[in-house]
Every structure is written in C-alpha cells, then in structure tokens.
Design a protein around this ligand. Structure first.
Ligand SMILES: Cc1cc2nc3c(=O)[nH]c(=O)nc-3n(C[C@H](O)[C@H](O)[C@H](O)COP(=O)(O)OP(=O)(O)OC[C@H]3O[C@@H](n4cnc5c(N)ncnc54)[C@H](O)[C@@H]3O)c2cc1C
Length: 336
C-alpha cells in the first residue's frame, strides 16, 4: 500500500459507481483514491453471473465486467485500497479527513465522491443465502426476470416494488407467478394493486394472503430450489410450493449510517442530491449510485452517476466557492 495519504479526490466504495467516477477523475489527472470495505472491488454486481442489460455487452459475468473496470481505472493511475471501511468523514481547514476501520491511519482530500451503495434487505430464511449463491433467489426483477422465461416463481412482499415487479414477471416472462404477503392488505398504492388484480385475470398469478415464507429447500445437488415452505399466518398451516426461483422484495438498506454527521440523509437513509449534478448539500461532496435518493438501482445508472459526479470536479477545482444546490429539502425519500 502506498504511503500517500492526501489525494485530490477520494471515492468511498469501489462498486460500479465508484469505479466509473475514478475512471474519469484519474483520466483527468486528479490524484484518485478508492477506499473499499470488501476484500475485492466490484460491489454488488460481483454477485451475478449474467448481466444482459448493460449497453454494449450482450452477456457478461459480473466478475469479468469488474475486472475490465478495475484494469481501466488503475491504468489511468487511480489507487484502490481494499479492506478499508470508511467510518467517519470530517472537515478540517478546508480539507476532508477520512477515517477507516484501520484507525491509526487517516486520509485527506479536497473532494469526496460517496458511492457506498445499498444492500438488498434479506429475510435470512433457511436456504436463502445458499440459493442466492446458486442464483435461484433474486432481489431484482429487472436484473433477473429474463432468466425465468416459462418458469414458476414465488414473489414475496407487499410494497410498491413487490406488486409492480410481480406484474412485470408474470406478464413478460413467467409461466406461473405465486405471490405471498404477510398481511391481507398490501402496502402498495391502490392503483398498483388494481393492476395486479387485473393482470391476475389474464396471466397465471396466484396471490396468497396472508402468508409468510418459512424455508427455501435446496435440491440434493444444491443447485436448484426443490421447494419453498410457506405458512398461512391465520391457520398456521404450512404448504410446500414447487418453484424455480424466488424473488424477495423487502426493500433496500443504503450503506450510509456512518454518514449522518457529514450530511443530511432522507428518512430511509438515502443521500439527497441534485439529480443533474450529483452534488450533495455539503460543498465538495458528491454522491453516485444506489445510495443516492431516487437512484434507479441499476448498473448503467450507477456508472452514469459516477461519471456525472466526476465531471463536476473540474468546475469545483476551478472555483470551490461556486457550489450551489438545493436538494436538501426533498420530502419523498427512498430509492426507485
Ligand atoms: C445479484 C445481483 C444481480 C444484479 N444484476 C444486475 C443486472 O443484471 N443489471 C443491472 O443493471 N444491475 C444489476 N444489479 C444491480 C447492480 O449491481 C447495482 O445497481 C450496482 O452494483 C450499484 O452500484 P454502486 O456502485 O452504486 O453500489 P455497490 O455495487 O453496492 O457498490 C458499493 C461498494 O461500496 C462499498 N462500501 C460500502 N460501504 C463502504 C464503506 N463504509 N467504506 C468503504 N466501502 C464501502 C461496498 O463494499 C461496495 O463494494 C444486480 C445486483 C445484484 C445484487
């Protein structure tokens, strides 16, 4: 690891948003450091074997995609330091001071790009992690729906995303879609629930209320789902459901708790920003990717955010006092 501790820009999180930002800042000849809490850069997209919706790539694995990004970024001189979870950012005499879980060493910088992403909220069901690994449990219909053409999937959840994405899966791909929700009423907007019921008449959607998932049981070789156990919360009766995949729509958790002292977060923990410039309420700090309020939670949009944030640096270094943005009073929080 280099002994350098001061950089023109420090990017927190080496997922797609952070790597895209680093490509632009390093290519613009700003000294650039990426701090990544995991042992490898890449972020969430490392968890998928098939990306089919990133422009320019018909099909590419997450790992391979990240290898390309990493090589491109480091070839332009950006440094990536892994196993460094940023725990605090403070301002001191016009600079930002960045502390990590390796308490003894701090970094300083003129500008910060926040790209720590969000994690899908998991239900921690028995079998969930194993079947996620085997790509039979998903948290994103846009990402993985196309892999379930003519298959039977189970969807879990009762919010807007759960309802919308169940309709999306049932009307575009699946031969059968079973949806469960733990209450008799959905949390989703009424108009979406009406769309669900309308779609259920024409497509093979079975809505079961009030049910909770109990266990995802893998096949003997651990590669497929054998069946899922679900429970009727009123009768306590447990049923077994044969499905090819499970989509869990339980929301997302932005990795931003540690940031509350630096800037305002919305009620869900997302970082408000000007959606045109990615500037936050704190001068010298940009945000990019899935941790941004109203982010679309996709690879292409995360990289796009990173590029926009990085391009803002040129104007900032020319005149740091010209920071103007009013994103801080947004009322409706949450991601896409
Ligand atoms: C299984 C799966 C499949 C997917 N498939 C697709 C797909 O096919 N197409 C598509 O468009 N999208 C897909 N997505 C979504 C896509 O991966 C995300 O939208 C994208 O990765 C967001 O990029 P990001 O850089 O904002 O965040 P992330 O990818 O979450 O990266 C954030 C990085 O920041 C690091 N970090 C967090 N906190 C700290 C900290 N305090 N200090 C230092 N580092 C920190 C994290 O370790 C992580 O590496 C998929 C997601 C998953 C999970």
């Amino acid at each position: 690891m280099s002994s350098q501790t001061h950089y023109d820009v420090i990017i927190i999180g080496a997922g797609p948003a952070g790597l895209a930002a680093a490509l632009y800042t390093a290519r613009d000849r700003y000294s650039t450091l990426l701090l990544e809490k995991n042992g490898l850069p890449g972020g969430q997209i490392m968890l998928t074997e098939h990306i089919e919706n990133y422009p320019g790539f018909e099909k590419v694995g997450g790992f391979e995609f990240v290898e390309h990004m990493k090589a491109q970024v480091t070839n332009f001189g950006a440094q990536i330091v892994t196993n460094q979870a940023v725990t605090k950012i403070t301002r001191d005499d016009g600079k930002f001071v960045i502390e990590t879980n390796h308490g003894e060493k701090t970094f300083t910088t003129q500008a910060v790009i926040l790209a720590p992403g969000s994690d899908y909220r998991q239900l921690n069901l028995p079998g969930e992690a194993q079947m996620r690994q085997a790509t039979r449990v998903s948290y994103c219909a846009t990402c993985d729906g196309a892999f379930y053409k003519d298959k039977h999937v189970l969807t879990i959840g009762g919010g807007n995303t759960a309802v919308e994405d169940t309709v999306y899966l049932a009307t575009r791909f699946c031969q059968k879609t079973t949806m469960i929700h733990r209450r008799r009423e959905f949390r989703a907007q009424k108009v979406l629930v009406e769309e669900l019921h309308a779609a259920a008449k024409e497509h093979n959607i079975d809505v079961k209320l009030p049910y909770v998932p109990v266990e995802i049981v893998p096949s003997a070789d651990g590669q497929e789902i054998d069946h899922v156990k679900i429970k009727n919360v009123e009768t306590q009766a447990v049923e077994e459901l044969k499905v090819d995949g499970v989509f869990i729509f339980a929301g997302m958790v932005p990795n931003t708790k540690w940031l509350a002292e630096l800037l305002p977060l919305d009620e869900h923990g997302y970082i408000p920003a000007d959606p045109v410039t990615m500037k936050t309420c704190t001068p010298g700090v940009w945000v990019a990717g899935d941790c941004r309020q109203h982010a679309a939670m996709q690879l292409a949009t995360a990289t796009g955010d990173g590029v926009i944030a990085a391009m803002g640096l040129r104007d900032y270094f020319r005149d740091p006092s010209a920071w103007s943005v009013q994103p801080c009073e947004e009322e409706n929080g949450g991601g896409y």
